[in-house]
Design a protein around this ligand. Structure first.
Ligand code: IPM
Ligand code: MN
Length: 371
């Protein structure tokens, strides 16, 4: 069968290439057993791209990402590149892809799977069954705002500055993504977070989200919350949340917090989506929440689950393959329920395995589920 689904694979640095190898296994399985063919291309990003081309996100990578149906991203960064000037950091690789592809909606689930409920540092009853979706704005705000830079004050003091800025369209389009998601979830609730008490842009955020809600999503519950309070609530009573909507900066912080609350960073995927065109096609990039983990890179012990679950999100969001996405998610859950654990999620009594054994076990579960 001809491959009509074009994927750009960007393994990046650290454990990225290792965990991506396990996704390839899953893709081969899909090809064989589900007759879904993907045309895979591999590209350079992050430190790997700096080494090869001098740039963390070469034009060629951006061009190919635009030509493909979806991008599967690993992770970038590592001590080798820490000393580089600001404009050359590996992290710019992901920032440029988000910006140039218009990927403004970053979806970050924080889910506690039953077999891993004890991995959280929070009490079992606080996190059991947790299922939150964080929608983080990802092409605007203070990570991109102008002016930014370094200068000297009239008094001769060195100074640094960044700008938090959002126009109404930037807020409204990401709010719509959050409301649409919430509409399909049992909780049907969006908690929009900002600092409306101290920031002009926070007050504006609350206003625009409120307008979109009133005009288009009156059936969804909207709650507004200060971002600092949200951080506290995520630790105290995380299950009160359904969908959390946040700016680039607050979403970055709160999604790490929510991920840590689940106790298993190595398990969490994410999707970053652009706006759909008339045909429904949208640019999209999928990546695990965990970083490049340079301390364990190359040892074959990294957890491949987040990368594999990112591929499941890709099936769902870029190709509408809900059934296959669920199959893959089930296979990961069953593998964990069977007692296999990578080092990051190791528990007493479980069997500790490396990256490859975990990947193989997930494919075996796929076989069983599809039988
Ligand atoms: C993330 C990361 C990135 C970000 C870095 C690597 C640029 O922390 O995806 O959350 O700040 O967005
Ligand atoms: Mn982050």
């Amino acid at each position: 069968m001809t491959a009509n689904k074009r994927l750009l694979v960007l393994p990046g640095d650290g454990i990225g290439p290792e965990v991506m190898g396990e996704v390839r296994r899953v893709i081969e399985w899909m090809d064989r057993r589900r007759h879904v063919s993907f045309a895979l291309e591999e590209g350079l990003v992050g430190g790997a791209a700096i080494d090869a081309t001098g740039h963390p996100c070469p034009d060629k990578t951006v061009e190919r990402a635009m030509a493909c149906d979806a991008v599967l991203f690993g992770s970038v960064g590592g001590p080798k590149w820490d000393g580089l000037p600001f404009e050359q950091r590996p992290e710019l690789g992901i920032l440029r892809l988000r910006k140039d592809l218009g990927l403004f909606a970053n979806l970050r689930p924080a889910i506690v799977l039953d077999p891993l409920v004890d991995a959280s540092s929070l009490k079992k009853e606080v996190v059991q069954g947790l299922d939150i979706m964080i929608v983080r704005e990802s092409t605007g705000g203070i990570y991109f705002g102008e002016p930014r830079g370094l200068d000297t004050t009239p008094a001769g003091l060195r100074r640094a500055f960044d700008t938090e800025s959002y126009n109404e369209n930037e807020i409204a389009r990401v709010a719509r993504v959050a409301f649409e998601l919430a509409r399909k979830r049992p909780g049907k609730k969006v908690t929009s977070v900002e600092k409306a008490n101290v920031m002009q842009s926070g007050r504006f955020w609350r206003q625009i989200v409120g307008e979109v809600h009133k005009a288009e999503f009156p059936d969804v519950t909207l709650e507004n919350m200060y971002a600092d309070n949200c951080a506290m609530q995520l630790c105290m009573r995380p299950k009160q949340f359904d969908v959390i909507l946040a700016s680039n900066l607050f979403g970055d912080l709160l999604s790490d917090l929510a991920a840590a609350a689940t106790g298993s960073l190595g398990m969490l995927p994410s999707a970053t989506l652009g706006a759909p065109d008339e045909s429904g096609r949208r640019n999209a990039l999928y990546e695990p929440i965990h970083g490049s983990a340079p301390d364990i890179a190359g040892k074959g012990i990294a957890n491949p689950c987040a990368q594999i679950l990112s591929f499941a999100m890709l099936l769902r969001w870029s190709f509408g393959m809900e059934e296959d996405a669920q199959l893959l998610e089930q296979a990961v859950k069953k593998t964990l329920a069977g007692g296999l654990r990578t080092a990051d999620i190791m528990q007493p009594g479980a069997a500790r395995v490396g990256t490859g054994v975990m990947g193989e076990a997930i494919v075996r579960e796929l076989d069983k589920l599809a039988a």
